[in-house]
Design a protein around this ligand. Structure first.
Ligand SMILES: Cc1ncc(C[n+]2csc(CCOP(=O)(O)OP(=O)(O)O)c2C)c(N)n1
Ligand SMILES: [Mg+2]
Length: 343
């Protein structure tokens, strides 16, 4: 197999533990997504399901730059973000299958899961809707005077939505601590960036608003982490938002029903063979003699067990009872008098 060197030089003195952690976290996402694909095929998952396979290094690299209290919000391609911020695989799989043991009690499905504990704010089906919401999360932290940062993930297609630029303006005006992460996987459904966008550096659009940014090799988890640390330091220093355009690739279709006529099989295979992010870390572990084939096999087994367990948990968990239709519709913890104050 011909593996091209990473576009950016990775930090050579990365620790063994760190590399193993990234390998494990990326593999968990990949195997979980493969299992979700299987369950979908068996009819156990209804509705939409967008897999993250190929993009694992983006979220794992950025989570490595985050600290406790930081927030994250993303689109409908969201299972990887949940797992990477520490949400339980069981709860995610049970939600995908519409069971009561899921994060939204089986009522949200793939695109609508949340965890206040892990500061994960969804899961949004409207393209780019999470961008202004994410700025709102960052506004709350700024208002409270803490040093938390919000990671707002969106796609190359979403980057053409108007609300992104309204948000850029306000975020820069108010120096909001937000890292805008454009996951440029080169396609928005069946439309390539080349067909939809004249300027190919999406991060450069921040210049009009005074927001700095950069392009990052999203198939290199160490490069993503290093760029994430830089962005986060900018935000925590009170300098306002930062844009990271992370160059990545989705191996699977847009969703589970994708005719795949907009790109060749060879294009996908080439990325898998030459740029795969998990294989890249695997190579570093083996060539640096940080781990043996046996060690990696043991990790593979551990991950497989977690994923199989999540699927079993999901299948055993009952569907929500009918009276759940009437719960979780309105907020119940709104302070008294709130409505009058806003009238
Ligand atoms: C406002 C809005 N317009 C259109 C759609 C239909 N739609 C769903 S996903 C998508 C493509 C978005 O692509 P991108 O932002 O690159 O994210 P990716 O799917 O590649 O992760 C479109 C057009 C939608 N959900 N919301
Ligand atoms: Mg895209």
């Amino acid at each position: 197999m011909v593996r091209k060197p990473a576009a950016k030089q990775s930090t050579p003195n990365v620790s063994k533990d760190e590399l193993l952690r990234y390998y494990r976290d990326m593999l968990l996402i990949r195997r979980f997504e493969e299992k979700a694909g299987q369950l979908y095929g068996m009819g156990l998952i209804g509705g939409f399901c967008h897999l993250y396979i190929g993009q694992e290094a983006v979220v794992v690299g950025l989570e490595a730059a985050a600290k406790d209290g930081d927030k994250r919000i993303t689109s409908y391609r969201d299972h990887g973000h949940m797992l990477a911020c520490g949400m339980d695989a069981r709860g995610v799989m049970a939600e995908l299958t519409g069971r009561i043991g899921g994060y939204s009690k089986g009522k949200g499905g793939s695109m609508h899961m949340f965890s206040r504990e892990k500061h994960f704010y969804g899961g949004h089906g409207i393209v780019a809707a999470q961008v202004p919401l994410g700025a709102g999360l960052a506004f709350a932290d700024k208002y409270l005077g803490n040093d938390n940062v919000t990671f707002v993930y969106f796609g190359d297609g979403a980057a053409n939505q108007g609300q992104v630029y309204e948000t850029y303006n306000m975020a820069e005006l108010w120096d909001l601590p937000v890292v805008f992460v454009i996951e440029n996987n080169q396609y928005a459904m069946g439309t390539s960036v080349k067909r939809s966008t004249k300027s190919t550096t999406l991060y450069g659009r921040g210049e009009a608003f005074g927001i700095p940014g950069e392009q990052v090799d999203g198939m290199d988890v160490l490069a993503v982490k290093a760029a994430g640390e830089k962005a986060v330091a900018h935000c925590r220093a009170g300098k306002g938002p930062y844009i990271l355009e992370v160059m990545t690739y989705r191996y699977r279709g847009h969703s589970m029903s994708d005719p795949a006529k907009y790109r060749t099989r060879e294009e996908v295979q080439k990325m898998r063979d030459e740029r795969d992010a998990i294989e890249h870390v695997r190579d570093m572990l083996l060539t640096g003699q940080h781990a043996s084939e046996e060690d990696l096999k043991a990790i593979d087994k551990e991950i497989k067990d977690i994923v199989n367990d999540s699927a079993e948990f999901a299948k055993d968990s009952p569907e929500p009872p009918l009276d759940e239709l009437w719960t979780d519709i309105y907020a119940t913890d709104v302070p008294q008098g709130g409505a009058e104050q806003n009238a």
